[in-house]
Design a protein around this ligand. Structure first.
Ligand code: TEU
Ligand code: CA
Length: 592
């Protein structure tokens, strides 16, 4: 009896030891967070087509990126996210992949990729790549076989359904799903007289994740790149991979926001946990999901570290308000709206979750044009203020190429100025059908088009901004490149580039900006964003004037601004005072 009891106690003790080995001890945590390299990282997104052309054909390429690794290192970023570099017919600029194990011919060879990766590692940086596996190109071998016959072994790699027939005999798609790129999400395919599902372009058929062979293929290509030495993935539209059960029609209410129904389907958890178990958990990697259709409240269901799915996601609430229509060049958003989004993140994401901070990418207008003031007088200070915010809020910051220069939206005039399939399809669907006038269409499109972010990087003031030695860049260079370019800004102590370098350097030795708690001091102030980041005894205070006016601002709660660490204006610091005289778009960081 005694022996039995002590055996039980011994086993219990073993079990609890095992439990503590798995769970981190409090002294291994920083402010309750488990420390990770990707929580401390500053990520820089490269859109390879637009970064640097090395051979004069007008298309950016991998050797072009390798040429600029010293630039990236001196900026201080330590993770590079490369938008798709895989073999592709470019219906959607590489987000339509034909061969996951081959480099896009225009971008170079696998040897060029290996050289790029080696150069990144040599500089103690890491590379993450874009995993686009909700869909492939229709030119992918799997789809070529899938569409060839109903009995082909690859038939089930995609989502095929018979159509419906209208009372008058016309053929109709299987349901009313719309495509993100206009029209129906279903395409009739003559050889087998069935429809395939494509949430995006007709040339981007959706993979059928319910088929375990599809998942095995995806896991295998992930291992291929991880074994080469990449450090993880940005996962394109990942919440869309599990489709709604039975694919019923969307209700009129659901049609107002189809993403909410398309995203986070019934098997998403199962697929991501399998991916984590079979692939991700075997590497020291990071993952960030592009979480289209996912609310902040739903975020922990993808990133809570006890679930073993993804590390972080992109939530688009903040980006979305920058796209909303309204009078004036910057749309209709207000600062209290923007603050409320970050405040909701702080409330809803706990110590087991991790957040991202970003306001731009290759799908959105330029940072300074959407959220700052890109007029000549305020472009530089507002671009610096926005970088300040992104690099000091809670979460891993993601910077998009060219925003560190304060690059702006492009002055688009006509359809011929655009490249994006989303614009071309929308023009056909809305203007050519007479739904809206060209003027209305172009006014909205110029402000929010994805092509704003895709114009070539502005390296110097030579022709084509030094992007290409040829005369035909694939998308026109912004005519403001003689004023806004990396070479000029590198020489200028007051440039956006010089400021961003200093800011990233400050962040690198300020752990409060990584693991510190966040508090919004004044959520309702219409023009000033004031917040603290606190880690143990260290508090940093950040003050940002989101307006083109001078504002006297008194800190709430009897607070005083103590010691100034950085400001985007050259004036003498105001210290140990509750009242600050903020210049237009001024941002300041204080140590309290
Ligand atoms: O984007 C997902 C997405 O739905 C949007 O950003 C979309 O591109 C936009 O609303 C349309 O105007 C991802 C990629 O980031 C994007 O570049 C791709 O086109 C898309 O998936 C398909 O792969
Ligand atoms: Ca090239």
């Amino acid at each position: 009896m005694r022996l039995k009891a002590s055996l039980a106690a011994f086993l219990l003790c073993l079990a609890s030891l095992a439990a503590t080995a798995q769970d981190k001890r409090p002294d291994q945590l920083v402010n309750g967070y488990e420390p990770k390299w990707w929580k401390e990282a500053v990520v820089y997104q490269i859109y390879p087509r637009s970064f640097q052309d090395s051979n004069g054909d007008g298309i950016g390429d991998l050797p072009g990126i390798t040429q600029h690794l010293d630039y990236l290192q001196s900026l201080g970023v330590n993770v590079i996210w490369l938008s798709p570099h895989f073999d592709s017919p470019n219906a959607d600029n590489g987000y339509d992949i034909r061969d996951y194990r081959k480099v896009m011919t225009e971008f170079g060879t696998m040897a060029d990729f290996d050289t790029l990766l080696a150069g990144i590692k040599q500089r103690h940086m890491r590379l993450i790549i874009d995993l686009v596996v909700n869909h492939t190109s229709d030119e992918h071998q799997w789809f070529v076989m899938s569409r060839s016959s109903k009995t082909n072994p690859y038939r089930d790699f995609y989502i095929w359904r018979p159509g419906k027939v209208a009372p008058d005999g016309t053929r109709l798609p299987p349901n009313n799903y719309p495509s993100y790129f206009s029209g129906s999400a279903w395409q009739y395919d003559a050889p087998t007289k069935e429809y395939y599902l494509h949430y995006f372009a007709v040339k981007q058929p959706d993979l059928n994740w319910a088929n375990p062979r599809v998942r095995e293929e995806v896991f295998s290509l992930m291992r291929f790149w991880l074994d080469k030495g990449v450090s993880g993935f940005r996962m394109d539209v990942i919440p869309l991979i599990s489709k709604p059960t039975g694919l019923p029609d969307l209700t009129p209410e659901q049609l107002k926001n189809p993403s909410a129904t398309f995203a986070n389907g019934p098997q998403l958890t199962e697929y991501l946990q399998q991916m984590n178990r079979e692939v991700l958990s075997h590497y020291d990697d990071m993952t960030v999901g592009e979480a289209i259709g996912t609310t902040v409240a739903q975020t922990p269901s993808l990133v809570d570290d006890r679930r073993h799915e993804l590390n972080m996601i992109f939530n688009f609430d903040a980006v979305r308000i920058g796209r909303a229509g309204g009078e004036g060049p910057r749309g209709a958003w207000t600062l209290p709206q923007l603050k409320a989004i970050y405040d909701a993140h702080a409330t809803l994401l706990g110590k087991h979750d991790w957040d991202t901070v970003f306001l731009s990418n290759h799908d959105n207008p330029r940072l300074v044009s959407a959220f700052g003031d890109d007029s000549a007088a305020f472009r530089a200070p507002s671009a610096k203020l926005l970088e300040t915010m992104i690099l000091t809020l809670r979460g891993t910051p993601f910077l998009y190429q060219g925003d560190e220069l304060g690059m702006t939206n492009y002055p688009f005039k006509s359809l011929a100025d655009y490249n994006d399939i989303a614009v071309k399809n929308a023009y056909k669907a809305r203007v050519e059908t007479g739904q809206i006038t060209p003027d209305v269409f172009f006014a909205a499109t110029a402000r929010i088009s994805r092509d704003n972010a895709r114009t070539p990087m502005q390296w110097d003031n030579s022709p084509e901004a030094g992007f290409t030695s040829g005369t035909h860049p694939w998308l026109a260079v912004n005519p403001n490149y003689p004023q806004i370019n990396a070479a000029a800004e590198a020489r200028d102590p007051d440039s956006v580039l010089t400021y961003t370098r200093r800011l990233i350097a400050l962040r690198a030795h300020t752990p409060a900006f990584v693991y510190g708690d966040y508090q919004d001091l004044d959520p309702w102030h219409p023009h000033v964003f004031a917040y603290t980041r606190t880690l143990g005894p260290d508090t940093c205070l950040v003050i940002e004037n989101f307006s083109s006016e001078t504002i006297p601002y008194t800190l709430p709660n009897n607070l005083k601004a103590a010691h100034e660490l950085l400001s985007n204006y050259p004036a003498a610091p105001e210290e140990n005072t509750p009242t600050l005289h903020l210049q237009p778009w001024e941002s300041r960081i204080y140590k309290q």
